[in-house]
Design a protein around this ligand. Structure first.
Ligand code: SF4
Length: 365
């Protein structure tokens, strides 16, 4: 069943830190403090306009929820908790810093029906965390994740590749460390430079070079595949569009359809993996027909049909992508090679395994 989010943005509230990339008011596009009455009213508005279908979830994003005074946390949570008790919504989630959690705070969250806590992790490399001004170490993430699990909460990790000092090895290390902690969900937001932030000043002084869009897509793909390999859902890649955000981005890999670029790149590689086998097998062909889940067709053909062009240019093969309900999202079934019918399934997991084998071979060389 589709989950529909009723979002609340808590701009920088309660956070005593100033991470180099952060302009929380820009990211959340909402000035001022949210009050309990705003939460109650907004929940009612969403439920009134959203119809019956779906599973409603209240989410408190931005800022550091558990760094707010307990009275403010209660004020915000109470209307959501009431809606939960009345069966009008199904879940409540919050996001916070890893070093802002302890038994007392978790007791409050649990008492008000919160089930999922997203941690702003960004990196598991202490040097990168220090350069980003995060004010906590990777050990704090492990501690917070362990505490959340021991209390029976679900937890999520928000990661930010491309921070100062983070090369590909560092970001992939982060993904592996987090995957080993088995979060329930992951979000990956490559670092972008927002006007007026410390990162902006570093950029102007030549002390920071953001990732290009291509680098960010490729790095996010590699990170995403580490989670997919373990069956950990990556629920978002790239910043959520919000009014005023694009105008504030002064540099970095910002793209309104970043998630699509990432998923398109994975499909590109997955089809190409099969095309390479065909070419290596000495089979000469000009056309391939491949089926994916109908919801995935636009991702598979790539943003602006770019994958179709790339397969043609790289392999000289024209690929036709069709939707078939019976194909699970992420998997694909090759249906025809030229005019000959075939039925070859390439599951996402098989493709990831093949990538890992290739990596091992490369390392041996
Ligand atoms: S912890 Fe979050 S809200 Fe606080 S400065 Fe860092 S990014 Fe911004």
């Amino acid at each position: 069943m589709k989950t529909r989010i009723i979002p609340f943005f808590i701009p920088h509230a309660g956070c005593p830190y100033r991470c180099v990339y952060c302009d929380q008011r820009v990211i959340t596009s909402q000035e001022g403090q949210v009050r309990g009455e705003d939460v109650a009213r907004t929940i009612a508005e969403y439920l009134a306009t959203g119809g019956e279908e779906g599973r409603w979830e209240v989410a408190f994003y931005g800022g550091s929820f558990t760094a707010l005074p307990p009275s403010k946390q209660r004020e915000l949570l109470l209307p959501a908790f009431r809606a939960l008790q009345e069966g009008r919504i199904e879940a409540i989630r919050i996001s916070t810093r890893p070093d802002c959690l302890d038994e007392e705070r978790l007791a409050l969250l649990m008492a008000y029906g919160v089930t999922l806590v997203e941690l702003g992790v960004q990196s598991m490399d202490d040097r990168v965390l220090r350069l980003a001004g995060r004010g906590h170490t990777a050990a704090a993430v492990v501690e917070a994740a362990t505490l959340l699990r021991s209390w029976g909460f679900e937890w999520g990790a928000q990661l930010m590749p491309g921070l100062p000092g983070a090369g590909p090895a560092s970001d992939l290390f982060t993904a592996r460390q987090i995957a080993a902690l088995e979060p329930d969900v992951v979000r990956i937001y490559p670092a972008v430079v927002l006007a007026g932030t410390e990162l902006h000043r570093m950029l102007e002084k030549g002390k920071y070079k953001p990732l290009s869009l291509k680098e960010a897509v490729e790095r996010t793909v590699e990170m995403r595949l580490i989670f997919e390999e373990r069956g950990i859902p990556v629920i978002r890649t790239g910043l959520q569009e919000s009014p005023g955000l694009a105008a504030k981005v002064v540099a970095g890999p910002y793209h309104p359809a970043f998630g699509e670029l990432v998923e398109g790149e994975i499909y590109f590689r997955q089809v190409d993996y099969y095309l390479e086998k065909i070419v290596q097998g000495g089979i000469s062909c000009r056309k391939i027909k491949v089926a994916v889940n109908p919801q995935e067709v636009s991702k598979a053909i790539g943003h602006g049909r770019s994958n179709l062009r790339r397969w043609q240019e790289k392999r000289g093969i024209q690929v036709e992508v069709v939707g078939r309900e019976e194909v699970e999202a992420g998997n694909m079934v090759f249906l025809a090679v030229d005019d000959e019918k075939v039925k070859v399934e390439v599951k996402r997991q098989d493709f990831i395994k093949a990538c890992r084998e290739k990596e091992k071979e490369r390392k041996k060389e």
